[in-house]
Ligand binder design. Structure first.
Ligand code: BES
Ligand code: MN
Ligand code: ZN
Length: 492
């Protein structure tokens, strides 16, 4: 999709203007209503459209306007346009006309700031994301027709500049993350994944790929135990962005990258197993974050560490009951080979704190089905030993339209993961508090460093999205929250 900024809508066949609750047109909509003899007001008054967020009203074929179609798009409550209402307005305008046959959509936000104009472009772009690389016979009339988004702005140059510097890098990062999550597991296995991340060196990231031999030498025995039933080699990828003060302690992000999770010997039921191609969503958030930071040249030192494995059952696979010594030296009884994410993260967390001595660690993982039972599909769970860190995540997420809820990690459940044969076992007693016992397991590998764990099992993939900037499928969840958190709380 082509994004441009201009002082007028030009020859765009579709023009979108904003309206607020109470059928109150904003900015260019007011003039357009006058120029068309009240066509916009008439259309609104004849229907149900009120200006509510994520709703639109089409007005077609009116004289006094160059565009063949006008989209009135809801920006919610009158008064100040908040960021998410603006994003919804731009996204909803795109969805209202994306299949119409029109090739360009102009969105007039000339009454708003340059930053808001850039944000409208950003939102329309995210709304327009599709993963179509394997659709070779899709008919043209089944694919979106809009090729160009033209943002009509008061100061198009200033808007373009802000878009290029601050918004496009984040959009590109979200798209990169969504692509990784959407890829099937026969294409995106650990080595191919690592190659794609290596390609991000062009952005100025340092990328180090650690293969199986070296992982074994370093002592990543638990991560390797997960991957040993697969013909694909496991990988750990370390990414560094050094945009902050020289020598300043880095922030660290760790991601679960299970490229496919069959459950291993504790195999999952066939129904729905295909969803486990997105069991690498946590790692994709970390990669997307690093992509965004490099793209917008964030003033912070950040490391990303992702553990990439495929969890398969075969003659070499880990068995239930096996005991493995983790990188930390603690031993684990692997009671259920389907509780593999925590095994991958245990070694990655320990490695990260030991090697980088970070200010804090945040891990992201599609870790437990129980998280979906706890919070439903709209919230990710945050578990943390630091009120400050959890607070900063909790402040950033709602600003970018991602929902998080803090969960407890009480000491009283520690006994549920004590093992009679090893230091810890990889599941609790039965299903009770499954997300909490998983988080408590991870905590044992943080060595007391300020840490937060975000269980994104509910949010990594969406089937009936109500958010116009998040099309169905891979969400790229976490890229925007983490980028925003760093911007708001940790940049010099
Ligand atoms: N990847 C799954 C968790 C998951 C389930 C993510 C559904 C997204 C949607 C994870 O590896 C897993 O299988 N966890 C088990 C843990 C259990 C065996 C203790 C679970 O949640 O059932
Ligand atoms: Mn599993
Ligand atoms: Zn898993």
């Amino acid at each position: 999709m082509k994004i441009e900024f201009a002082a007028s809508a030009g020859a765009a066949p579709v023009l979108a203007v904003l309206a607020h609750e109470g059928r109150s047109l904003a900015g260019a909509g007011v003039q357009l209503d006058a120029a068309t003899g009240g066509a916009l007001s008439r259309a609104m008054n004849a229907g149900r459209f009120t200006g509510a967020k994520n709703s639109t009203q089409l007005v077609a074929g009116v004289s006094g306007c160059d565009a063949a179609t006008i989209v009135i798009t809801g920006a919610g409550e009158a008064g100040q346009v908040d960021d998410l209402a603006l994003e919804a307005a731009a996204g909803a305008a795109y969805h209202a006309v994306k299949m119409s046959g029109a090739d360009a959509l102009a969105i007039d936000v000339s009454h708003l700031s340059a930053e808001q104009a850039a944000r409208a472009a950003f939102a329309a772009r995210l709304a327009g994301y599709r993963f179509l690389k394997y659709r070779t016979t899709l008919k043209p009339e089944k694919t979106p027709s809009i090729q160009t988004i033209r943002i009509v702005a008061a100061d198009p140059k200033a808007a373009q500049k802000l878009y290029d510097a601050e918004f496009a890098p984040v959009a590109e990062a979200v798209e990169f993350s969504r692509d990784l999550v959407a890829e099937p597991a026969n294409v995106l296995y650990p080595e191919e994944y690592a190659r794609r991340v290596k390609g991000l060196e062009k952005l100025g990231l340092e990328v180090e790929v650690i293969g199986e031999k070296e992982l074994a030498r370093l002592g990543f025995r638990t991560l390797l135990a997960v991957g040993q039933g697969s013909v694909r080699d496991s990988q750990v990828v370390v990414m560094k962005w050094n945009g902050g003060a020289k020598g300043a302690q880095p922030l660290a992000f760790v991601g679960k990258g299970v490229c496919f999770d069959t459950g291993g010997i504790s195999i999952k039921p066939a129904e729905g197993m295909e969803e486990m191609k997105w069991d690498m969503g946590g790692s994709a958030a970390v990669v997307g974050l690093m992509h965004a930071l490099a793209g917008r040249k964030a003033r912070a030192n950040v490391v990303g560490v992702i553990g990439l494995v495929e969890n398969m059952p075969d003659g070499a696979a880990t068995r239930p009951g096996d005991v493995v010594e983790t990188l930390s030296g603690q031993t684990v009884e692997i009671l259920n080979t389907d509780a593999e994410g925590r095994l991958v993260l245990a070694d990655c967390l320990w490695y990260t704190q030991e090697r980088f001595k970070p200010k804090f660690m945040v891990d992201l993982a599609t870790l437990t089905g129980a998280m979906i039972i706890s919070l439903g599909l709209e919230y990710a769970g945050v578990f943390s030993n630091s009120d400050e860190l959890a607070g900063n995540i909790g402040k950033a997420a709602p600003k970018v339209g991602e929902n998080v809820w803090r969960m407890p990690i009480p000491e009283i459940y520690e006994r549920h993961i004590d093992s009679p044969i090893a230091d810890v076992k990889n599941m609790g007693n039965g299903r009770a508090g499954g997300s909490i016992t998983a988080a408590l397991f991870l905590q044992r590998f943080t060595n007391g460093v300020p840490w937060a764990h975000i269980d994104i099992a509910p949010t990594a993939w969406v089937k009936d999205s109500k958010n116009p900037t998040v099309p169905d499928g891979a969400v790229g969840w976490g890229v925007r929250t983490l980028d925003r958190m760093i911007r708001d709380s940790y940049e010099a």
